[in-house]
Design a protein around this ligand. Structure first.
Ligand code: SAH
Ligand code: SF4
Ligand code: F3S
Length: 498
């Protein structure tokens, strides 16, 4: 660790550091925050960002506000929570209003073209803000920011952006901010280095009920359509001790739902079913979910572990992507529909109500009408409680981008609609299995049609009338009717996970 007290940093930074150690900040940051700082190699940069925040407070009467918005998957949302944790350590507070913000960070997704276009639109809209407030700091980070062509486009055409950094640079946030704040230079940090996973992040979680816990990062699968392995690097797993300690702490703090995250959680290198069994031993009133699972690594042991557990939700998000073996091969998915159905059949044979959800890509290059029909057929055969379906989006640099594609966009759009209609019909049949049943629900928020909304173990939205004080608790609800997006019922009593 750098001994920065003897290094050449400015006076105010030293003062802030000393303040920290005489304990003024300890109550605010908590012991973990201070431990994190002690372990942070770039503490000098931290102190300088802290000094900037203190100076801002002195001048403006309030701390600088940061606006951090994460697009994309839960993994990205979790990264955004870590960014907020670091910014809070340095003295920022947060706002949901870009107009009030002194620092704006878009944490981006690159999985489909429209995800990228949304970010360009949002950043374009900030141009006038920067003109009014030249010391506003604007940053783009995350998956899209890891792509070279994106950084080049931003460098040339989005002059209002000060900071672009990819998914490998989170632990250099303070240094990058110093370059922008003190050296008045733009930063483009895309280098790809797979360092040890840092456990030294304090997180500001968006919810007090549900928490995301990444257990692994990156992906080795290289599905031919997918950009993720290029922007998130190779698989790295966190140590089970670290994961279990974090889950135990969250449950102790009262979190009711823990979602373990990874691009492919079941290739967790220390054994995924074992990890689930260890977590399940933790006493308390909580549920565990996880995503995503790759069918090639889904085993009967995984299904048994879920079914035999107390806290793990009886549902599995198992992206099938397509129902044709030719298309699956072209996608490099490394399973056949037969392999896939063996897993779903095994689960249903052990537990008939076992819930599956999935991702589907419509219009992969070369997908014929018959092959699309096969996707509809597998959807019907499995019966999914939830489907996330997407029209194939060409990602430059991936193998599928060079595959011949003779289906036009309009046909692809029609296929997507057809798929959604098919699923709508299936849902009516599937959801009817809950009618008249008493089920457990974790209440999350106010409802759309009834006063409260939550989810059951299958992950399906359940709405019912009840007192707001039930938000954040498990309750028993009797299901009386269904729609194609939710179940409706009557509140019976408070429930617990036994
Ligand atoms: N690692 C996860 C998924 C990450 S991306 C998994 O393998 O399950 C989430 C979903 O986006 C994918 O499952 C896929 O259905 C979809 N997707 C990925 N790349 C895409 C592309 N180029 N076009 C359309 N959909 C895509
Ligand atoms: Fe992408 Fe495939 Fe990896 Fe999922 S498993 S992130 S779809 S390459
Ligand atoms: Fe998007 Fe990156 Fe997640 S590309 S889906 S935010 S891993």
């Amino acid at each position: 660790m750098r001994d920065f007290l003897t290094s050449n940093i400015d006076k105010i930074a030293k003062k802030v550091y000393n303040k920290l150690y005489i304990g003024l900040l300890v109550p605010k940051l908590g012991k973990r925050g201070v431990d994190v700082l002690k372990n942070t190699e770039n503490t000098a940069a931290y102190a300088r960002v802290r000094a900037y925040c203190e100076g801002y407070l002195e001048k403006n009467g309030h701390r600088p506000l940061a606006y951090v918005y994460s697009f994309g998957c839960q993994q990205n949302v979790s990264d955004g929570e870590k960014l907020k944790g670091q910014l809070s350590l340095a003295g920022f507070e947060f706002t949901d209003d870009t107009e009030q913000a002194q620092l704006i960070i878009y944490n981006t997704c690159a999985v489909r073209e429209n995800a990228e276009n949304t970010v360009y639109g949002a950043v374009g809209d900030l141009k006038h803000l920067k003109e009014q407030k030249p010391d506003l700091i604007i940053g783009i980070c995350g998956c899209m920011a890891q792509l070279k062509h994106v950084a080049e486009k931003v460098k040339a055409s989005y002059r209002q952006v000060d900071l672009v950094f990819g998914t490998f640079a989170y632990n250099e946030l303070f240094e990058m901010l110093c370059t922008v704040i003190y050296d008045k230079k733009r930063v483009f940090e895309l280098s790809e280095r797979t360092t040890e996973i840092s456990e030294d992040f304090v997180q500001i979680r968006d919810s007090k009920i549900k928490a995301f816990v990444p257990i692994m990062y990156g992906c080795n699968n290289f599905c031919t359509y997918c950009i993720v392995p290029y922007v998130r690097g190779r698989e790295r797993s966190r140590k089970p001790e670290a994961v279990i300690a974090e889950v135990r702490k969250l449950i102790g703090e009262g979190y009711k739902e823990i979602t373990l995250l990874g691009q492919n959680v079941n290739s967790y290198s220390y054994g995924f079913p074992q990890l689930l069994r260890e977590i399940d031993k933790i006493e308390g009133d909580y549920w565990v979910r996880f995503m995503s699972s790759h069918p090639k690594d889904a085993t009967n042991e995984l299904i048994d572990t879920i079914i035999d557990s107390k806290h793990i939700c009886k549902s599995l998000h198992l992206p099938v992507q397509a129902g044709s073996d030719r298309v699956l091969k072209a996608m490099n998915r490394r399973y056949t529909t037969e392999d896939y159905l063996k897993i779903t059949d095994y689960a249903r044979q052990r537990c008939p109500g076992f819930s599956f959800s999935t991702d589907i890509i419509v219009g992969f290059p070369g997908e014929s009408k018959e092959e699309f029909e096969q996707t509809k057929a597998i959807i019907k055969r499995v019966g999914y409680d939830n489907i996330y379906s997407f029209v194939y989006s060409k990602r430059s640099g991936t193998p599928a981008a060079n595959m011949p594609d003779d289906t036009d966009d309009k046909t692809k759009g029609l296929r997507l609609r057809e798929l959604l209609l098919e699923q709508r019909e299936n849902i009516e049949r599937l959801f009817s299995r809950f009618l008249g049943k008493e089920i457990k629900v974790l209440v999350e928020a106010k409802g759309r049609q009834k006063s409260l909304a939550g989810r059951n173990t299958e992950g399906i939205i359940v709405e019912f009338d009840g007192d707001e004080s039930l938000i954040g608790q498990f309750v028993d609800v009797k299901i009386t009717s269904t729609a194609n997006w939710a179940l409706f019922g009557e509140y019976i009593k408070k429930g617990e996970i036994k």
